[in-house]
Design a protein around this ligand. Sequence first.
Ligand SMILES: [Zn+2]
Ligand SMILES: [Zn+2]
Length: 312
Amino acid sequence: MKTKNSTKPDNHKFKLKFWKTLFFLYVHTFIPWLFYIFYYLYCYPEEIHNFVILTIFSAIYAYSLAGLGVTAGAHRFWSHKSYKAKLPLRIFLAIAFDASGQHDLISWVTDHRLHHKYSETDADPHNARRGFFFSHIGWLCVKKHPEYLKKAPTVDLSDLYDDPVVVWERRLYYFTSFTTVVIIPIAIPYYLWSIPFWQCYFIAGIRYLVVMHITFAVNSAAHLWGSRPYDRNINPAEQDICKWFMIGEFYHNFHHTFPRDYKASEWGWMQLNIAAMFIELMALIGQAYDLQTTPRSVVVARKKRTGEVTGN
Ligand SMILES: [Zn+2]
Ligand SMILES: [Zn+2]
């Protein structure tokens, strides 16, 4: 890893979170079942039509709810205040975020603000200096580092506690999360298209896993591999392959350099930055306003000053 401003992690012995680890192990057992579903469809090809409908439904559900809830909601709106949003949009984003099953907004934003402020140190909850596994999922399976516990109370969360949507999201988290992660994605295809319950159940699990791993990859892969055109002195990088799947969240070198930009990227529509498109659409109908963006001249000047030199 090439960063200059990060510190070497210490030899802290992390304590395992038993039930959380067990939960992650359990959801990963859904993967072999996916192969069983493929085998089942091979034996009963007349059911493929329904399975295609289920897959399309799950993909749309994943991107339009969980994906936007994490990117346009928890990340760009609540963590970075990169735009302002009216009450109906905030309610939608909070429910959409719960469909990702990534804990409540206050916890998510606390971790993310620490991640930006103390990037690649032991106060960064998913310190990428501890390697791919730790920064991807390992950090969620262990108790927090003492340095994190020391710095967490210093994070200003007053804006979140002032937002009734965030306060209620925390109160109702287990209810809305269970409803949006488990009940709705199973009930809709089961009742609407009479798809077998066991298929709805396992595909709902796979949908949860896919959203989870794509989100986690921003903390792991995007901090380890890729180009650094805006700031060569930091770990976060631009992920050329993954960026097509994460609706605009893999331009991580740009994002850590200009964290308040609502696009989280230099690019918008042309690079499938669906979260930026969504925010612009919301601005068009008056639900989002005061969109923060970085002037092109500032981006170009920064690239020249600190960007990685490529080519000749
Ligand atoms: Zn961020
Ligand atoms: Zn990051």
